[in-house]
Ligand binder design. Structure first.
Ligand code: NAG
Ligand code: NAG
Ligand code: NAG
Ligand code: NAG
Length: 328
């Protein structure tokens, strides 16, 4: 049982020994590149490695994409060489650190560190990391389209806008500091300025207002704009709850609104006479059906009275006649 396992392990151990033999000069090359840096700031890039005691460093080269921008060769004089692709701060850079100053957004991209051991191995390893230069928005996010009062049952619609940044800011809404689920979001595509390349983010909110949303009659909406860990700003909007009293009168609001609308339209057209016209018209429209129906009723009553009188007279005449006949 044990024999085959031992046999099987021989080959991997052999391979391991060979690999260890080859890579003994240079080990653990690691690069640290900040993932996001604010425009105008400087970026600290760091390249770490381990060399065997016998080995010496030949060179460290830094690349932006495929272009070499920095080379450190300890045996040469000067040992530091800087190429024009990126603006390197020489006084802060050395064999393990490179500082890039006053970043422009066009220096975003892939940064690689290439470490080479000296003769005889000249063993070389390269590792890389991505850096994004952030241009934050010039102002806080703005909240638009909202009213200052809502009542339960209303639909609350609004937008949060964060202008001109690179990349576009991530937006989120909270109600009373509780995040709103994305179901109530309306996500618009970022709008890109073709001149500057900067983008504007818009996030809409669309919620059915409930009484439970109000804390002591107030609802707090907050929109937060973030860009990685570089930028974090927010704006707030307070909404007041409309009283139930207003809700009660609101039950006939459709009717009221219609009247208000009609009034406004007429008032706007002919300020003085229209009022009278509207009143008369309104009165006519309101009263004429009732008056016409009452007239019909009155006519009906007269007809009835007439008929009753006719019957009574007929009966009287017949009675009087028969009485007379009886007497005589
Ligand atoms: C390289 O420069 C950094 C500062 O940029 C410094 O902290 C570090 O000690 C320096 N390393 C060497 C080996 O000089
Ligand atoms: C980046 O832009 C600046 C000016 O905005 C320019 O001077 C520089 O050469 C550009 N760098 C690259 C690598 O394109
Ligand atoms: C929100 O912004 C979008 C896109 O600009 C617009 O179409 C929409 O009408 C806005 N909504 C509100 C409530 O302002
Ligand atoms: C926006 O949020 C997403 C998800 O959390 C994240 O992956 C992305 O990097 C963020 N973008 C920015 C610009 O902060």
């Amino acid at each position: 049982m044990w024999l085959p396992v031992v046999m099987d392990l021989r080959l991997p151990i052999l391979c391991l020994l060979i690999v260890a033999e080859v890579s003994v000069g240079l080990r653990n090359v690691r690069v640290t590149v900040p993932t996001a840096v604010r425009k105008g700031d400087s970026a600290h890039l760091f390249c770490d490695y381990e060399l065997e005691d016998k080995e010496r460093l030949y060179s460290i080269k830094w690349y932006k994409g495929k272009r070499e921008f920095y080379r450190y060769t300890p045996q040469e004089k000067p040992s530091m060489k800087v190429f024009s692709a990126v603006d390197v701060e020489r006084s802060l850079s050395n064999e393990s650190n490179v500082v890039i100053k006053a970043l422009e957004t066009n220096v975003s991209g892939k940064y690689s560190c290439e470490v080479s051991a000296d003769a005889p191995s000249f063993h070389t390893m390269i590792v890389s990391g991505d850096m994004e230069v952030i241009e934050p928005p010039p102002e806080k996010p703005s909240i638009t389209g909202l009213q200052s009062r809502y009542r339960p049952g209303d639909i609350l619609r609004g937008n949060c806008t964060s202008i001109n940044s690179k990349p576009p800011a991530n937006l989120t809404w909270t109600i009373n500091d509780v995040p709103i689920i994305p179901q109530y979001y309306k996500q618009y595509r970022p709008i890109k300025d073709t001149h500057t390349g900067l983008e504007t983010s818009i996030l809409g909110i669309n919620i059915l207002v409930a009484h439970a949303h109000f804390i002591k009659g107030k609802l707090k909406l907050k929109c937060q704009a973030t860009i990685h860990r570089i930028y974090d700003e927010s704006s707030e909007w307070y909404v007041e709850e409309d009283r139930p009293r207003i809700l009660a009168t609101g039950s006939s609001s459709g009717h009221n609104l219609n009247q208000i609308y009609q009034h406004t339209v007429y008032d706007g057209d002919q300020p003085d006479q229209s009022d009278m016209y509207l009143t008369v018209n309104g009165y006519k429209a309101d009263k004429s059906p009732t008056s016409s129906s009452s007239a019909t009723k009155q006519v009906g009553a007269y007809v009835k009275v007439g008929w009753i009188a006719f019957y009574v007279c007929t009966i009287c005449t017949v009675l009087l006649y028969s009485l007379r006949v009886g007497i005589s």
